[in-house]
Design a protein around this ligand. Structure first.
Ligand code: CA
Ligand code: CA
Ligand code: CA
Ligand code: CA
Length: 252
């Protein structure tokens, strides 16, 4: 196991790109602190083709500075198949944490390389701690080119504050995006990752909808060809949701 001490994690993402796991050194652990209630965001991307890596998040529950079996009793995991991106978005109180990236041996052929981004974003409100949009862009749900209407259902909650969908639009394709079926407040925003670094940088949010309560959300008429991300984010509490991508053609 390799251990990396990141110090205090804040909203500016910490980037650890082109890290490697091997059969003899199959886990990397990144230790960090948050000094007040925040949203911890972890994004594991660019896992090497033909391989599988997973990510886990643990609190240093016994405060001894070591990731031990006591800490491992409670944690969050993202362990999808093959080299799909992994994501954790956790609303939590201050403390010390360990993010552990591990090589999933059964799904991997040799060395496994990956990119990791970590951030701790500020709550949107003051009290109680409200969720905030992640500034990381793992491809959790890959929709591809929107050549027909797509509807998906999901759930956001304190242990999964953000879901990220990736989609693209071709020439003369447009889309309206609607979020409904809410039982608690959730919001949406659309991001164009212009510099392709899988981080939400200044100027990359091209639309958002943040109505109060369980009012539905709508972002209309995105119509420039290209690749996009949609984030669905919890605001105050757990909720199921429906997200609809209503595709239509732009008149030539
Ligand atoms: Ca410990
Ligand atoms: Ca995996
Ligand atoms: Ca970016
Ligand atoms: Ca809302």
């Amino acid at each position: 196991m390799a251990l990396f001490n990141l110090g205090t994690l804040a909203s500016t993402p910490v980037i650890k790109n082109n890290f490697d796991l091997t059969t003899s050194d199959s886990t990397d652990v990144f230790k960090f602190q948050i000094t007040s209630g925040k949203n911890i965001n972890l994004s594991l991307t660019d896992i090497s083709a033909g391989d599988d890596a997973d990510i886990r998040l643990f609190r240093d529950a016994n405060n001894n500075g070591v990731l031990d079996s006591f800490d491992r009793k409670v944690g969050l995991v993202s362990n999808r198949g093959s080299n799909q991106d992994e994501a954790i978005n956790f609303k939590t109180s201050s403390g010390s944490f360990f993010a552990e990236v591990s090589r999933f041996a059964t799904g991997s052929s040799g060395d496994v390389s990956y990119n990791l981004a970590l951030s701790a974003t500020e709550p949107s409100g003051t009290f109680p701690i409200s969720a905030s949009s992640s500034n990381l862009l793992p491809k959790e749900f890959v929709l591809g080119d929107l050549s027909s209407n797509v509807t998906r259902t999901g759930n956001v909650n304190n242990q999964n504050t953000t879901d990220v969908y990736s989609f693209s639009l071709g020439f003369l394709e447009s889309v309206d995006i609607r979020l409904d079926g809410l039982s608690s407040d959730a919001d949406i925003r659309v991001i164009r990752d212009s510099n392709n670094n899988r981080i939400v940088d200044a100027g990359e949010v091209i639309g958002s909808s943040t109505n109060a309560g369980i009012t539905s959300e709508l972002i209309s008429n995105i119509n420039t060809p290209g690749d996009y991300f949609l984030q669905v984010t919890e605001f105050t509490g757990a909720t199921n949701y429906n997200v609809s991508f209503n595709q239509f053609s732009v008149p030539a």
